[in-house]
Write a protein that binds this ligand. Structure first.
Ligand code: SAH
Ligand code: SF4
Length: 375
């Protein structure tokens, strides 16, 4: 690894053009590089055959095309796959590929921060200090690692690939790192490169109200809201961000989200917490809350972690909750944990690597580096 060189991954198209201008190269060079990096997945300048040999050396002198380092790869018996990644400064995150039920395609779940400043009470990530924002290169690099692993370069024209979707549902709050997230997703959506359509990308937020409009206008991706409660009283208690942006404001921002329609509904994620938010009355209040909105639901049984204060309701309770929403005409699947055997389900990420390194990690754990991630 060479820290003196600039990584070309993660630069926007305009930034790449500007970078090439600095070494006296025309915008066309940036276009060529873009194709090699994001359509072909190439990391070696010497193999970029449409670029002249003399240019290879000039590029390699100043630049690299680099992914986060994969320190471990695990595949579940249910074919969920997980990569433990290490960034240049030693910080780590995990990226997970979650196949659909039919297993022909699926979503890559990516993280946006190491840790999270929000302290949702049910979330393992929320128990640690924020370490830092991930860069655009580290965010789009997570998807590129997944494509490397599945051998899906070059980008096929017809979309015939397994890694068909992106969910921004890993560690961190994406709307607190919006510029880097936006740059990374714009790279992923670019039709001359990775080419994942905005319709196949879903960004999940805990409800950073002032950033939601810009997210919709600039990126136009699908929106998911971590709702998890139907009253301010309960939401304040389990998600402190609610004190800043209470439910009425959050729901107003959802109503105004650009591009939401009956064909592109807002997903409301709802963690089932035993005795806290899981009653039939809660389900009916939820219906009231989203009235008139193009909504669908995702019910997530709480995934316990060591020291968590909540319990998972029994499946009958969760099923009854789902039935109330479905009887009112909404989609409300219960999201069953995937990849349990490789600890890739919500609330389980990072915990294995944590245990393995427990003896080495006192100082790092104090900085919150080794602690959980859910996805
Ligand atoms: N910070 C953003 C993006 C993370 S999305 C957000 O909160 O929306 C990750 C999803 O997993 C969120 O809906 C989160 O609430 C949920 N989650 C967190 N901890 C969980 C746990 N222990 N069990 C089940 N779901 C959990
Ligand atoms: Fe952060 Fe989302 Fe976890 Fe809340 S649920 S602590 S916002 S990652």
């Amino acid at each position: 690894m060479d820290d003196t060189k600039t990584n070309l991954i993660g630069l926007s198209r305009d930034q790449l053009i500007a970078e090439m201008a600095q070494i006296g190269e025309k915008p066309f060079r940036a276009k060529q590089l873009w194709h090699w990096m994001y359509n072909r997945g190439e990391t070696d300048f010497a193999k970029m055959t449409s670029i002249s040999k003399s240019m290879h050396g000039a590029l390699a002198e100043r630049y690299v095309v680099r992914r986060p380092q994969v320190t471990r790869e695990l595949t579940s018996t249910d074919t969920t796959r997980k990569w433990l990644l290490k960034f240049d400064d030693g910080h780590e995150a995990e990226t997970v590929y979650i196949p659909d039920a039919d297993e022909d395609r699926g979503a890559v779940c990516i993280s946006t921060q190491v840790g999270c400043t929000l302290t949702c009470r049910f979330c393992h990530t929320g128990t640690q200090l924020l370490v830092r924002n991930l860069s655009a290169a580290e965010i789009v690099g997570q998807f590129m690692v997944a494509r490397d692993s599945y051998g899906e370069w070059p980008t096929p024209d017809d979309g015939g690939r397994r890694l068909s979707n992106i969910v921004v549902m890993g560690m961190g709050e994406p709307l607190y790192n919006f510029e880097n997230v936006a740059t990374a997703l714009e790279i992923a959506m670019d039709g001359e490169g990775i080419g994942i359509s905005r319709r196949r990308i879903t960004l999940s937020t805990s409800g950073v109200v002032p950033m939601m409009k810009e997210c919709g206008e600039r990126l136009g991706v699908n929106l998911a809201i971590s709702l998890h409660a139907v009253t301010d009283e309960i939401r304040d208690r389990i998600m402190p961000i609610n004190k800043k942006y209470p439910l009425a404001e959050l729901m107003r921002a959802c109503r105004e989200y650009p591009g939401a329609s009956n064909a592109r509904r807002i997903t409301f994620e709802y963690i089932m917490l035993k005795g806290v938010n899981d009653s039939a009355a809660d389900a009916r209040a939820l219906l009231k809350l989203v009235k008139g909105l193009p909504a669908k639901f995702n019910l997530i049984p709480f995934n316990p972690w060591p020291g968590s204060e909540f319990e998972t309701p029994d499946i009958r309770t969760t099923k009854a909750f789902s039935d109330i929403l479905q009887d009112a005409g909404y989609s409300a699947p219960i999201r069953m944990p995937r990849g349990r055997d490789i600890l890739a389900a919500c609330g389980q990420l990072r915990s294995e690597s944590q245990r393995e390194r427990a003896s080495l990690s006192k100082a790092r754990a104090a900085a919150g580096i080794e602690d959980g991630h859910h996805g």
